[in-house]
Design a protein around this ligand. Structure first.
Ligand SMILES: Cc1cc2nc3c(=O)[nH]c(=O)nc-3n(C[C@H](O)[C@H](O)[C@H](O)COP(=O)(O)OP(=O)(O)OC[C@H]3O[C@@H](n4cnc5c(N)ncnc54)[C@H](O)[C@@H]3O)c2cc1C
Length: 557
C-alpha cells in the first residue's frame, strides 16, 4: 500500500503550507484585534486580503472536485492544514462550512438559474450562505422530526417554522439560506421533506439571536431564525418536492472529510503547542519534557492522530472510488473518531499548559470548545455510532470464530476442578501447571487424563468429575440406535453415573479406573474420542457426542 500523497496533493499541500506560514498565522492577531474592536460578528478586512492571496496562489475552491480537479483524497491534506487555523484559513481559501456543503448542493441539484444567482457568487467568495435544518422544538438528529412547513401556494412556497444553531447567519454577507422543511406530511417518512432557497431579506424571516458555544461567539455566528409565512418563488425549490432527505445525504459525505481533517489539523497544532511547552517549561528541577507522564501524553497524542488520519484517508479514497453511498459507514465513523481524538489531544495540551491552557493567551481553549462542538454538529456521536453499528450488523463475514472459542473453553484448569467451582478466582492456574486442551489427553485410545488429574490435582474429586462426565457421554451413546461404537465400553457396564454412590476417600488411581474386568489389561475404556462435550446443556452435549461417535464409526467402516 502506498501512503505517499499524489503529486497533485503534494503540490497543493506545499502551497498551502507556504500560505499558512507567510500569511495566515501572521494574520491571526490582526483578526482577533479587529473583532475585539468592532464586535464579534464584524468582518475583518484582513480576510479579503487573504482571499485575494489564496486565489493568486491557486488555493481557491479546492474542496469541489469538479472545479479544482482534486479528488477528495487529494484535498484531505489541504483541509488538515487549514485546520491549524480553523477560524481563518478555511474561509481564506473559500472552503469553509457550511458554504462548502451548500455549494455542493447547488452544484448537484441547482437549476441553471439558481446556480447563476447563488452558486457563482458563492464560488467567487462574494457572499456566504447558511443551511437551516435543526429546530429547537424537536430532536433534530432525526431529520424526520423536522416540523417547519413548506406549503405550495400558487407560484410560491410559504415557509413557516423556527430553526436554531444555523451557522453563518450572523455574518452580514450571508445572503441565502437553504431551508429544510416538510412539504408532504402524509408521504412516507423519507419523502416528506423538501429543501428550498430562502433569501435573507425575505419578508417574514427574522434573526432571533446568535447562540454562543461555551461562551464564545463565532464571527459568522450560530443563530436562531423564525420563518413566519415567508414567501419565496416556486422556482426556489431544490430538485423536487420530497427530495430533501436525499439532498441532505448527498451534502454530507465529502463535508465530513473536511470537518474530520480540519479537526486533525487542530489536534496537530495542539500537539505542536504541547511539545513547545514541554520543552521550554521547567518544574521541579527539570523540563516537563523530561517527565515520563508528559512524554506519555505526547506519545499517545501522536499515535491517535496518525490512526485517525489513516481512517479519514481511507474514507476519502472510498468516496473517490465508489461514491459516498459505499462509504456510509466510514463517513459516520470518522465523524465520531476525528473530533474525539482532537478533543483528547487538545485536552492534553491544556494540561501541559496549566492555567495558560484555559485562558485566551493560547488558542487551546477555543480549540477545545470547537472540537467538543464538532461531536454534535452534523449529528451527534450517538447517531453516527448507530449508523456504523447498523452497517456492521448487516455485513457478511467470512468467519466468526465460534468453534475456536469453544475449543478454548475446553481447556483444563486443574484448580477449577480441585475446588469444584467456576468462580473466576478459582480459574487461575499456577504457572507450574500446564494448560492443556482436553484433546491432548487422548493418545491412541489411552486416556491420560487420570494421571494428569491424579498427579496434578490430588484428590478424588477431579477423577470423580471426569468419570461423571464420561458417564454422561456413555449414557448418550447407549441411546444411539445400534449401541456403542466398536472399542467403547459395552452397554450395561456398571460405570458410575451422576448419581452413583462414590466413596469419597477412595484413592484416585482406583477411582478413575474402570471396574475390574471391563478391559482386562489395565487400559481405560475407549471413550468417544475421549472428549468431554462443552457444558452447554444436555441436549447439546448429547448431539455432539453422538455426532462424534457416528463419525468414528463411519471412519472405521
Ligand atoms: C456549533 C453548532 C453549529 C451548528 N450548525 C448547524 C447548522 O448550520 N445547520 C443546522 O441545521 N444545524 C446546525 N447545528 C445543529 C446540530 O446539527 C444539531 O444540534 C444536532 O444535529 C443534534 O440535534 P439536536 O440538537 O436537536 O439534538 P437531539 O436530536 O435532541 O439529540 C440530543 C441527544 O440525544 C442523543 N441521541 C439522539 N439520537 C440518539 C440515538 N439514536 N441514540 C442514542 N442517543 C441519541 C444524543 O446524545 C444527542 O446529543 C449546529 C449545532 C452546533 C452546536
Amino acid at each position: 500500500m502506498d501512503f505517499a500523497l499524489s503529486p497533485a496533493a503534494q503540490d497543493a499541500s506545499d502551497r498551502m503550507w507556504a500560505f499558512m506560514r507567510e500569511e495566515v498565522f501572521p494574520a491571526e492577531p490582526q483578526w482577533a484585534a479587529y473583532l475585539r474592536e468592532h464586535g464579534e460578528h464584524a468582518h475583518p478586512p484582513v480576510m479579503e486580503r487573504l482571499k485575494e492571496s489564496a486565489r493568486a496562489r491557486g488555493l481557491w475552491n479546492l474542496f469541489l472536485p469538479a472545479v479544482s480537479g482534486l479528488a477528495n483524497l487529494d484535498y484531505a491534506p489541504v483541509a488538515e492544514i487549514s485546520g491549524w487555523s480553523p477560524v481563518i484559513a478555511p474561509e481564506a481559501i473559500n472552503c469553509q462550512a457550511p458554504d462548502t456543503g451548500n455549494m455542493e448542493v447547488l452544484h448537484m441539484f441547482g437549476t441553471a438559474e439558481q446556480k447563476k444567482r447563488w452558486l457563482e457568487p458563492l464560488l467567487a467568495g462574494q457572499i456566504r450562505s447558511a443551511f437551516a435544518m435543526t429546530e429547537p422544538g424537536v430532536a433534530s438528529s432525526d431529520a424526520t422530526n423536522i416540523e417547519t412547513s413548506i406549503v405550495r401556494d400558487g407560484d410560491e412556497y410559504v415557509v413557516s417554522g423556527r430553526k436554531w444553531w444555523i451557522t453563518g447567519v450572523a455574518d452580514e454577507r450571508c445572503e441565502i439560506y437553504i431551508v429544510m422543511g416538510k412539504s408532504a406530511p402524509q408521504a412516507e417518512p423519507y419523502r416528506r421533506q423538501s429543501m428550498i432557497l430562502v433569501p435573507r431579506d425575505t419578508p417574514g424571516v427574522t434573526i432571533v439571536r446568535h447562540l454562543p458555544i461555551f461562551g464564545y461567539q463565532d464571527q459568522h455566528g450560530h443563530s436562531e431564525l423564525a420563518f413566519d409565512h415567508a414567501r419565496v418563488p416556486a422556482s426556489n425549490l431544490l430538485a423536487g418536492e420530497g427530495d430533501g432527505f436525499a439532498i441532505a445525504q448527498a451534502r454530507l459525505g465529502p463535508g465530513r472529510i473536511h470537518h474530520a481533517m480540519r479537526a486533525i489539523g487542530m489536534a496537530e497544532r495542539a500537539l505542536a503547542l504541547m511539545v513547545e511547552r514541554a520543552k521550554s517549561r521547567t518544574a521541579f528541577g527539570t523540563t516537563l519534557a523530561d517527565q515520563g507522564v508528559v512524554r506519555e501524553l505526547i506519545a499517545q497524542s501522536r499515535i491517535e492522530i496518525d490512526q485517525v488520519r489513516l481512517y479519514v484517508y481511507k474514507t476519502a479514497w472510498l468516496i473517490d472510488r465508489e461514491g459516498a453511498k459505499a462509504a456510509q459507514s466510514e463517513i459516520a465513523g470518522i465523524k465520531v473518531a476525528a473530533p474525539a481524538v482532537a478533543t483528547r489531544v487538545i485536552d492534553r495540551a491544556i494540561e501541559v499548559y496549566g492555567g495558560a491552557g484555559v485562558s485566551d493567551d493560547t488558542p487551546l481553549a477555543y480549540f477545545y470548545a470547537w472540537a467538543r462542538v464538532l461531536r454534535i454538529v452534523d449529528g451527534p456521536d450517538a447517531v453516527h455510532r448507530r449508523s456504523v453499528a447498523r452497517h456492521e450488523l448487516r455485513r457478511e463475514r467470512p468467519f466468526a470464530g465460534l468453534e475456536v472459542h469453544r475449543r478454548q473453553r475446553r481447556v483444563t484448569y486443574p484448580n477449577r476442578v480441585w475446588f469444584g467451582s467456576f468462580k473466576r478466582s478459582n480459574r487461575r492456574r499456577p504457572r507450574s501447571w500446564p494448560l492443556r486442551a482436553r484433546t491432548d489427553h487422548v493418545e491412541e485410545g489411552r486416556d491420560t487424563r487420570r494421571s494428569d488429574r491424579a498427579n496434578d490435582c490430588g484428590p478424588a474429586v477431579g477423577a470423580r468429575r471426569s468419570v461423571r462426565q464420561r458417564g454422561g457421554a456413555d449414557r448418550a451413546l447407549r441411546r444411539q440406535p445400534g449401541g456403542l461404537p466398536r472399542g467403547s465400553q459395552a452397554p450395561g457396564t456398571p460405570w458410575p453415573g451422576r448419581n452413583a454412590p462414590w466413596p469419597a476417600r477412595r484413592p484416585v488411581h482406583q477411582a478413575a479406573r474402570p471396574p475390574a474386568g471391563s478391559q482386562g489389561d489395565g487400559r481405560l475404556p475407549r471413550l468417544p474420542e475421549g472428549r468431554i462435550a462443552p457444558a452447554r446443556g444436555r441436549q447439546a452435549r448429547r448431539r455432539i457426542v453422538l455426532r462424534r461417535a457416528r463419525r468414528r464409526a463411519d471412519r472405521r467402516r
